[in-house]
Structure formats: C-alpha cells, structure tokens
Design a protein around this ligand. Structure first.
Ligand SMILES: Cc1cc2nc3c(=O)[nH]c(=O)nc-3n(C[C@H](O)[C@H](O)[C@H](O)COP(=O)(O)O)c2cc1C
Length: 195
C-alpha cells in the first residue's frame, strides 16, 4: 500500500558530498519508484534558534519553519531520519531541531492527575539510518547502540511512534565505492518497501 513518507536529513553540513545525503536520496528514489508519496526536510537548511527555557518549550509559539516541519510530520505515516553519529550521538543541530519540533500539544499531551502523558503521534512508524566511522557491530555490541535506543524509546517512543526500525552504516569513511554502492542499494530497497 502506498505510504506518506517524510525523510528528515539530519546532517548539519548541507554539502552534497556527505554520504548521509546520498542515503537520503537513495531512500527517496526507491520510495517514489514504488509509488509512495515522499516529502523531505534538510535540517541544515532550516533556520531556527536553540530552545533555552522550559517556559518556551511548554507554552511558547514555535518559529514558523518549525510549524511547517510539524505539518510535514503530521502528514506522514512513516518518518525516516538519516544522520551521522557525532560524539556518540546525533549531531547537536538535529537534537536542537527535535527539541523545537516535539513540543507538548503537538507530540504529546502533558500528564494530568498522575496519568502518563498522551502520545499524540501514535500510528506512525519510523526508520533511523545512522552512519559512523566505527564498525556497526562495535557500536551495537560494545556501546549497546545507546544513542539509537534513546532516540527510539525516549524521544520517538514517548510520542507514540513505533515501530522504530534501525539501519547502522558502519565504517563509512573507510568504505570504497563498492561498499557505498551496496549500502545505497539496500537503502533504496527499504524505500521501495516503505519500511
Ligand atoms: C564532529 C564529529 C564527531 C564524530 N563522532 C563519531 C563517533 O562518536 N563515532 C563514530 O563512529 N564516528 C564519529 N564520527 C564520524 C562520522 O560519523 C562519519 O564521518 C559520518 O558518519 C560520515 O558521513 P557523512 O559523509 O555524511 O558526513 C564523527 C565525525 C565528526 C565530524
């Protein structure tokens, strides 16, 4: 069944030579070729301030560009987030984007009377595609993929997005054309399947 897919490209560097952009493009091409509807957001091209206070998070009005990004998330039934691992986690710019985006009233409703917060993005699924310098197995088994789990459970799960599937593209700097090509083909296939 055709899906509405939003690709969030979370690389802070917008230059075309970054491999994360090639992965985002491969997913997009695969998805479109199979009849899925696709929209994309390049976080590097969005102008927004860092969130600094709890008051702003709870009750402030989000910048216009964040409203537009929220509309894109609301529209999608599958969200694909592609980013490089920086210092063991997502780049600060992408985290800053999520802090602006996933506000109460949009992503979750604040808890009332000892109840758990309501998950306002329930019904959507996600795929995380993360590239890194270390081998994927090392990240998964030695570091226990902690930052991916945090994004999966603490951030997206908290808003009701599930399942959140993951693809780890390891040793990306050392990879030659052949390995990179194989990854692009795999990601294109994920796009085709809308997963
Ligand atoms: C600031 C910075 C921090 C990085 N931290 C890590 C890290 O903690 N672990 C790791 O395996 N790779 C790390 N890397 C390597 C990047 O993950 C890798 O260069 C990137 O995934 C390649 O994708 P790109 O071509 O799209 O930039 C880091 C790179 C930069 C620039």
């Amino acid at each position: 069944m055709p899906r509405r897919i939003l690709i969030i490209d979370g690389h802070p560097d917008s230059r075309a030579e970054r491999f994360v952009h090639a992965l985002s493009k491969a997913y997009c091409e695969g998805a479109r070729s199979a009849g899925h509807e696709v929209r994309s957001l390049m976080v590097s091209e969005l102008e927004f301030p860092m969130l600094r206070t709890s008051e702003e998070f709870q009750a402030g009005s989000a910048p216009e560009i964040i409203h537009k990004s929220q509309e894109a998330v609301a529209w999608a039934d599958h969200v694909v987030i592609v980013f490089p691992l920086w210092l063991g986690s997502m780049p600060a710019l992408l985290k800053g984007f999520f802090e602006q985006l996933l506000r109460p009233g949009f992503a979750f409703a604040a808890a009332e009377h000892n109840r758990l917060p309501k998950k306002l993005l329930a019904g959507k699924s996600a795929r995380l595609i993360v590239s890194m310098g270390m081998p994927a197995l090392f990240y998964r088994w030695y570091f226990r993929a902690h930052s991916l789990k945090s994004l999966q459970r603490n951030i997206l799960g908290f808003c009701g997005i599930r399942p959140v599937r993951t693809s780890i593209v390891g040793m990306v700097e050392a990879a030659g054309m052949e390995k990179r090509g194989a990854w692009l083909a795999r990601v294109q296939e994920l796009g085709r399947r809308g997963r």
